[in-house]
Design a protein around this ligand. Structure first.
Ligand SMILES: [Zn+2]
Length: 112
């Protein structure tokens, strides 16, 4: 097969490949990747405020909603509140963690 042109080589190899359902990443892996990305994003500057996130159509976690209405300054409203959310801890350690509150990204990972 080493002397076959690329297209023929690919066809030959793909003949032996059995198509199956697309693989889904485990929810705990998605949670850890999301946490790492959020940490990196926060290192480069403030995150979008909760109000901006909501305006852009992203649902807020129950803990984010509490901070949104709390009498705290602007910087607190641009923190990754879900960093301290119980959902993060559970989602990073368990596949399909038993978390159910709306709006939290860690809960969303269970669904897809
Ligand atoms: Zn959350």
């Amino acid at each position: 097969m080493a002397n076959l042109p690329d297209e023929q080589f690919i066809e030959k190899v793909s003949d032996g490949v059995e198509l199956t359902e697309p693989a889904h990443a485990p929810s705990d892996l998605k949670a850890r990747v999301y946490s790492a990305l959020m940490r990196r994003q926060a290192e480069t500057g403030p995150l979008s405020s909760l109000t901006e996130s909501k305006t852009q159509g992203h649902p807020l976690c129950v803990f984010e909603r509490l901070v949104e209405i709390a009498p705290v300054g602007g910087p607190a409203k641009s923190l990754n509140i879900c960093r301290v959310c119980h959902a993060r801890v559970l989602a990073e350690h368990f596949e399909n963690a038993p978390i159910y509150w709306d709006g939290c990204p860690y809960v969303q990972f269970k669904k897809s």
